[in-house]
Design a protein. Structure first.
Length: 170
């Protein structure tokens, strides 16, 4: 997310009491786990790294049934880290930030309300129907084409790990 908003990353580090060195070390450790031959993959790896999920629910995605595992995110108390797992082997289908169950979504009436780090994919999809998913431009990224109410202006909302980063012309 520092690619798009280094100033927000700096603010988050200050709020959490962490340094850039600690951020780099945490990222290095996470990448080492992801690329390790011995660290368990899929659901087991997340449970080992993050502990037991706060919540585990069944989720229907089209014709497929999966499990959604959610962990709290101290920096954003209204969000959860969600991992969608395939039935059986626990393969991970998706991972991103989502709105916590029961947490209010931000008020999104206009395109101008789509400010960085203010909302997640589902918030935008609900606020600007019919939002159309676009192909991702990287594994950790998502894009939605939305139409501004009233003006009919088409914009693309860009997300990293499910959190809004910026909007641009479609």
């Amino acid at each position: 997310m520092a690619d798009h908003h280094p100033e927000l990353v700096d603010d988050a580090l200050r709020a959490s009491g962490a340094t850039h060195a600690e951020l780099r070390e945490a990222h290095r450790g996470w990448q080492a786990r992801l690329h390790s031959r011995t660290y368990p993959g899929g659901e087991r790896g997340y449970r080992l790294a993050l502990g037991p999920p706060e919540r585990e629910v069944g989720r229907q995605v089209g014709d497929l049934t999966c499990r959604a595992l959610m962990w709290p995110v101290p920096l954003w108390p209204d969000l959860r880290w969600e991992v969608l797992c395939a039935p059986g082997g626990g393969a991970v289908w998706n991972e991103w930030l989502v709105r916590a169950p029961g947490a209010p979504a931000p008020r999104l009436d206009r395109v101008e309300d789509l400010t960085p780090w203010s909302c997640v994919v589902d918030d935008v999809a609900r606020a600007f129907p019919p939002a159309a998913p676009l192909p991702a431009d990287a594994p950790s990224r998502a894009r939605l084409a939305v139409t501004a109410p009233g003006t009919g202006e088409r914009v693309v909302a860009h997300f990293t790990w499910g959190l809004l980063q910026f909007t641009g012309p479609s």
